[in-house]
Design a protein around this ligand. Structure first.
Ligand SMILES: [Zn+2]
Length: 168
């Protein structure tokens, strides 16, 4: 199944909680290929399976947009082990085209996950990488970045959000 489109705000699937991956099946590998292709095409930093309409605990992060030495990294059944610090930075989401807002998130994160071969790894990340991991991990719980907006930020984005919902 190639070329699954990225779902946008207003699609109720984005509020669902994703299920753990039991086994790295052919379907999971196909999904990973679709995630990588969709993320590359959209020129984004991260994408979760739910954004392609699949409720599995998988996301990928690709910092090559900001760091040419970075490679796409797959996270399956991720668990946030620790967070530390705090930083404010502008954030967007491929399911919310045209909406960007400064958000406060932890500066550092320690995460445990499986790679695309099912091998467990532990990774420590900071800055943009930590932000991307935390943003994508939220998607697995049905949490969206607008949930972190301040009341004022939400009010300012309201018209754009309404327009997005209508386009679904
Ligand atoms: Zn997102």
């Amino acid at each position: 199944m190639a070329g699954r489109p990225i779902v946008t705000y207003g699609d109720p699937v984005l509020r669902e909680v994703s299920k753990p991956v039991e086994e790295i099946t052919t379907e999971v590998k196909d999904l990973l290929a679709d995630l990588k292709a969709a993320l590359q095409k959209a020129n984004g930093l991260g994408l979760s399976a739910v954004q392609l309409g699949v409720l599995l605990r998988i996301f990928i992060v690709d910092l090559s947009v900001v760091d040419i030495t970075a490679e796409q990294k797959v996270f399956i059944n991720p668990e946030i082990m620790e967070t530390a610090g705090s930083s404010e930075f502008e954030e967007g989401c491929l399911s919310f085209p045209g909406i960007f807002q400064r958000l406060t998130r932890p500066e550092r994160v320690k995460v445990k996950a499986l790679d695309e071969n099912g091998n467990e790894f532990v990774m420590e990340a900071e800055g943009v990488a930590a932000r991307a991991i935390l943003h994508e991990n939220d998607h697995l719980e049905g949490v969206l970045f607008i949930d972190h907006f301040s009341a004022l930020g939400r009010a300012l984005a309201d018209r754009k959000l309404k327009r997005l919902t209508k386009s679904v």
